[in-house]
Design a protein around this ligand. Structure first.
Ligand SMILES: NC(=O)c1ccc[n+]([C@@H]2O[C@H](COP(=O)([O-])OP(=O)(O)OC[C@H]3O[C@@H](n4cnc5c(N)ncnc54)[C@H](OP(=O)(O)O)[C@@H]3O)[C@@H](O)[C@H]2O)c1
Length: 228
């Protein structure tokens, strides 16, 4: 569980632990890892600051040393910081971890309703640009998730839009996060455990355990073909 010392990641990890699952936590640095050990005491903890891509690469190597995983939840995310940091944490690090970590049986990627206002920004990095907004990043991670789902046909790969919920990030966007906090993290738990047929799908985008219908055409329009 990336980003498991706050918000949805911590709540999902704590719930899985309470149900007897083995969870490897992730924190950005040793200080935060100490917080993890205090708050989620039965876990292994791996560290790596996802805004630094070299640290993300080292994190991938540490994860691989731990052995095979049933599930990896790409949960960590930033909002309200510089766009370059958003690009690294929300988009490039999940991409690197997906590429460098031995594929788990299931991957879960955290997106957001705000992806609907995003743009893939395909030309942005050519000039060394980093102007990727939060909304762009959540479209990018969703696009990654669905592409991986179509590639890794024997594995389960899903995305979750948790709603606007009252975590630190949720409050950063205003004081009245209207969605259900428990439903915001239990969808990840439900997918990870795979106890119900609907939770054993792959290629799904879920909001509070239900299929999310409102999806950006960059992701949903898989029939589109062009000739050149
Ligand atoms: N809350 C919402 O309303 C909402 C809505 C839609 C989508 N989401 C998505 O849900 C996921 C979880 O969000 P949340 O609400 O739980 O956010 P949160 O409360 O801010 O927690 C984010 C987690 O990510 C970690 N993290 C952030 N930057 C990191 C970095 N550079 N390196 C390593 N770890 C880092 C944080 O660690 P520290 O505690 O050390 O900062 C924390 O554990 C995110 O992907 C977010 O985009 C949330």
């Amino acid at each position: 569980m990336t980003g498991s010392i706050g918000g949805l990641g911590q709540l999902a990890a704590a719930h899985l632990l309470a149900r007897g699952r083995r969870v490897v936590a992730h924190a950005r640095n040793d200080r935060r890892a100490a917080d993890v050990r205090r708050d989620l005491p039965r876990e292994a903890v791996v560290t790596g600051d996802l805004k630094n891509l070299d640290e993300t690469r080292r994190l991938a190597a540490r994860i691989n040393k731990l052995g095979a995983f049933d599930v990896i939840v790409h949960n960590a995310g930033e909002y309200g910081v510089a766009n370059g940091e958003i690009l690294n944490v929300n988009s490039l690090s999940p991409y690197l971890l997906t590429s460098l970590v031995d594929a788990p049986l299931q991957s879960i990627y955290l997106t957001s309703d705000l992806h609907l206002g995003g743009d893939l920004k395909l030309g942005e990095m050519r000039e060394g640009g980093t102007d990727v907004t939060y909304d762009d990043s959540k479209l990018q991670i969703l696009t990654l998730a669905m592409a991986v789902a179509r590639r890794r046909l024997r594995l389960r790969v899903n995305a979750v839009a948790p709603g606007w919920v009252p975590t630190l990030m949720g409050f950063a966007n205003g004081p009245y996060a209207p969605d259900d906090l428990r439903a915001g993290y239990m969808t990840q738990v439900w997918l990870a455990e795979g106890g119900e047929p609907a939770s054993r799908e792959s290629g799904g985008i879920f909001f509070h355990r239900e299929p999310e219908e409102d999806v950006h055409p960059s992701v949903s329009d898989t029939e589109r073909r062009t000739t050149c």
